[in-house]
Design a protein around this ligand. Structure first.
Ligand SMILES: C[S@@+](CC[C@H](N)C(=O)[O-])C[C@H]1O[C@@H](n2cnc3c(N)ncnc32)[C@H](O)[C@@H]1O
Length: 229
């Protein structure tokens, strides 16, 4: 048994997908699908949040590099670190990104980087799969590795959002059938504000996932932009 639910869940999920699909398809499905489209939307959001050429960027829960791959087409980063818990995802991400992008497997409740290393950190569709206390522990460590006034962008699912209620109902159905591939968590805006305050951030913007369009397309998940004090 793995030490954390997320390691066990995701390793099994990725192994199953790789055994059932061609590699590109498996690597897209493993991160929720839409490798090019969702990667493009998420990377637009990272740029909107302030990512610029010359910056140091950290992608928490980078998966198969869906966002990193798209971001590299938009900005020329000074440094990039992507972490995840599943090695085959990281290996694939490496093949889809510039040579100087680093990908590190890290299966602990911390960020493997020195204090004040990054201008921007982002995490798409990651806090959606972690327990609340785990999210908060990562949030605290992300505050540590961000430079002063650094930015943290992350997506989440909220029960108060009508479109997300459908995802919750599906989650309930798969849970009832004991078929859930991994944990699906829903957190609320009010909670994010409290976490942010205690972890040394200010919430600068919450972007509606289902309604806000990026070149005509919606991300689906709600996005929070936090600024470190
Ligand atoms: C839905 S995928 C999203 C991947 C990527 N952020 C993207 O948007 O393409 C969730 C990812 O989070 C990773 N993950 C889950 N728990 C994690 C943890 N505790 N630390 C780092 N990565 C984690 C999973 O392995 C998976 O690659």
């Amino acid at each position: 048994m793995a030490q954390f639910h997320f390691v066990e869940d995701y390793e099994r999920h990725v192994n199953e997908l790789v055994s059932q699909h061609p590699l590109d398809e498996a690597m897209s499905l493993a991160v929720g699908g839409g490798y090019e489209l969702i990667g493009d939307i998420a990377s637009q959001i990272v740029v909107y949040a302030g990512a610029k050429s010359g910056m140091d960027v950290f992608d928490f829960g980078c998966g198969s590099g869906r966002v990193a791959h798209a971001l590299a087409k938009k900005v020329d980063l000074k440094s990039f670190l992507g972490t995840d818990i599943v090695q085959p995802l990281l290996d694939y991400a490496k093949t889809k990104t510039p040579d100087h992008y680093r990908f590190v497997k890290h299966q602990a409740l911390s960020v493997p980087a020195p204090d004040e290393s990054f201008d921007i950190t982002y995490a798409f569709s990651v806090f959606t799969h972690l327990l609340q206390a785990e999210c908060y522990i990562y949030l605290q460590d992300i505050a540590r590795v961000l430079k002063p006034r650094g930015t943290f962008v992350f997506s989440f699912l909220e029960l108060s959002e009508g479109a997300h209620w459908g995802i919750f109902q599906n989650t309930v159905d798969t849970q009832r059938a004991l078929q859930a591939p991994h944990l699906n968590m829903f957190i609320e805006r009010s909670q994010i504000k409290i976490w942010a305050k205690h972890a040394g951030f200010k919430v600068t913007e919450i972007i509606d996932g289902p309604s806000k369009r990026w070149n005509g397309h919606a991300l689906g998940q709600t996005v929070a932009i936090l600024k470190k004090h």
